[in-house]
Design a protein. Structure first.
Length: 303
């Protein structure tokens, strides 16, 4: 090759080193290697068994909701002796109140279920009883005034004594009596009427102002007692059988409503399947008498 062929370009090539071929394992210059993401440790559930390695297991505390904390605080219950005593006392107090309320409800149940007309009738009966007591009080005061103002106090005292003797004779059953009143008839075909039911009728009649009572052929007085007997009832030792007929002297307007009040005598007997009839009359004759009995121990204290 001649000197003319050596151009400046060829001279520059001769000075440059030979090209080194790129290895296949090298990363191309155009591709940028990606940075690996940091590894995130996996969450592990707490286990009662210790790990195989010597490192202690991490304690994972579970997060509880408000309701779970409340349940955990209430159950299982932690009862002390003082709390148990207080609970027993409160239970006893509540039981006593419940029994008292139940008893009051039973005693007032008849009146609560009564009609307005029945309640008005009961109030009228109470007013009549109050009026009778006021009249008796006024009568005693009038007698005292007559004795104090009478010119012949001895004669006035004798008259009052005779009148009082008649009144006491009627109450004691030693003399016959007549006047307005009612006739109460109890027909017991089933044999279910007992002595205590007839006694309730007598007590109700007395409370309503009955002045003389006769049951069949037996006079009822303050000392009268009733007992159950086979096939009937015994009154003061005298056996009587159904139908039981009460002759009662008193104010009919007071006697009949007293028997027909809600939960009273008539309703109680009708529940026992007995037939009860009440008849008013302007004249009732009570002629069964009781023998005068001398007291065994009581004596008059007057001189």
């Amino acid at each position: 090759m001649s000197s003319q062929d050596e151009t400046p370009e060829n001279k520059l090539r001769a000075k440059l080193p030979e090209e080194v071929p790129a290895e296949a394992s090298e990363t191309p210059a155009s591709e940028t290697p990606e940075t690996p993401a940091p590894e995130v440790p996996e969450a592990r559930e707490p286990s009662d068994a210790p790990e195989a390695s010597g490192d202690e297991p991490e304690q994972v505390v579970p997060t509880l909701s408000g309701r779970q904390r409340l349940v955990q605080g209430l159950w299982p219950p932690r009862v002390s002796r003082a709390q148990l005593i207080v609970a027993l006392l409160l239970f006893g107090l509540g039981f006593g109140l419940a029994v008292q309320v139940a008893s009051n409800s039973d005693s007032n149940g008849a009146l609560r279920g009564a009609r307005q007309a029945d309640l008005v009738r009961i109030l009228d009966e109470l007013d009549d009883r109050t009026q009778r007591l006021e009249e008796e009080k006024q009568g005693l005061e009038d007698q005292r005034t007559e004795l104090e103002n009478s010119s012949d106090q001895a004669e006035e005292a004798r008259k009052q004594t005779v009148e009082k003797e008649r009144q006491l004779g009627i109450l004691a059953g030693t003399v016959a009596a007549e006047g307005p009143g009612i006739t109460l008839t109890i027909d017991d075909t089933k044999g279910t009427v007992e002595a205590d039911m007839l006694l309730d009728a007598i007590q109700e009649l007395r409370a309503a102002g009955a002045e003389a009572i006769q049951v069949n052929d037996v006079r009822v007085v303050a000392s009268t007692y009733l007992t159950d007997a086979s096939g009937g009832v015994s009154v003061d030792g005298n056996k009587i059988s159904a139908p039981y007929r009460f002759k009662v002297i008193g104010k009919p307007q007071d006697l009949e409503p007293a028997l027909n009040i809600p939960g009273g005598v008539v309703q109680t007997l009708e529940k026992e399947r007995a037939t009860v009839t009440v008849e008013r009359s302007s004249k009732i004759v009570v002629d069964a008498l009781r023998a005068v009995k001398r007291p065994d121990y009581a004596r008059s204290s007057s001189q």
